[in-house]
Write a protein that binds this ligand. Sequence first.
Ligand code: NAD
Length: 415
Amino acid sequence: MVALNPFAIAQQQLDRAAARLGLDRATHELLRWPQKELIVAFPVQMDDGSSRVFRGYRVQYNGARGPSKGGIRWHPDETIDTVRALAAWMTWKTSVVDIPLGGATGGVTCNPKEMSEGEKQRLARGYIRAVADVLGISKDVPGPDVYTTPQIMAWMMDEYETLVGEHHPGVITGKPLPLGGSEGRSDATARGGIYATREAARELGVDLAGKPMAVQGFGHVGQTAALLGHEILGLKLVAASDSKGGIHNPKGLDPRAVVDYKHRTGSLQGFPGAEPIDTGAVLELPVALLFPAALENVITVENAARIKARICCELANGPTTPDADAILSDNGVFVVPDFLANAGGVTVSYFEQVQNTYNFYWPLSEVHQRLDEKMTRAFSGVYQMHTREKVNMRLAAYLVAVARVAEACKLRGWV
Ligand code: NAD
């Protein structure tokens, strides 16, 4: 199979929205490409005394609606095109939930699973030294993504503050609580997806209580989705998978026990009371709710016709290719598209920035209430577009988000 380029996919999705919105050529062209890209190479001292040079990226896609915002991913397969795609999706994400920020993403090509804590700390600090010029609370604010943690955010914030000689907690989000992190940030991505799913089920008249759910990608977001799906929506976890394999029990699995097992052993394999299942097969089970929560391009033309979920809530970025999307629509799988489904993370990151700026912190209940309001309103706007324009939910989300960014570009006189 030809490798699918996530940025080509992001551009293709935008092209469809631009055609439908009737965007003029200059605006369309402006929104097809990042406004600024920085590629760096920086050395890191390894524990054995040798130096290794890593490649890092920061892509600021569009800043018309405010300072850029977006995660930093550490992954062996990271390329400029994955970072560009994530930065584009982040631009549509901040727009669809209507927070006054632009979109960006950063990354380092590395394998953190093979690095010690000391090496990770030196990598985090080296990356910030290399990209610090383009960061700042009124320029661009990074946050966590795949394989980057609150501890890594703390090292990065400390390095930035050391460079500029001032406190700037709002320069990075997803920090630990004692360093200005927000209550409710750690589960915000999955929680936002659960709120959006609740609204989807309400619109579709589907009762989710006691119904099966499957989680593909049992990392930070996937684990939280399993716990909150059970706690808030009453869903029954029947399958979960990570990069090493999956587990399945149609009678139900205790999400807390599965999460604890994964933390204890580092994998799902051997979980008592479940059968092993292929990672791919987890996507194809007859469930009420499917959470793809791993990486891009897992639902393709190869398997889309076998997806049987009633609702697919895309917590991962870019899990479905455009051709697969059409098949899901035809088969009546209701998709809560990625940049809407997983917008809870950036929404609470924005709340974190606001609290850092005021140096005044909100209780957890306030964060949850504000997140619920944002997600419910965003879902409702996209759902109305979906019914009014008779387009699928992904195109509806694009129409809402792209129109807002295009309007900001025009008001600034850029196009
Ligand atoms: P994570 O590193 O904690 O988890 C990723 C998980 O996916 C790991 O458990 C890994 O084993 C698993 N995985 C990788 N390949 C797989 C495969 N082929 N089959 C099954 N599992 C596989 O990362 P995360 O922070 O949970 O992010 C997951 C997704 O959510 C990513 O697409 C990320 O961009 C997106 N996202 C994360 C946030 C956030 O706040 N962390 C916000 C928005 C979107």
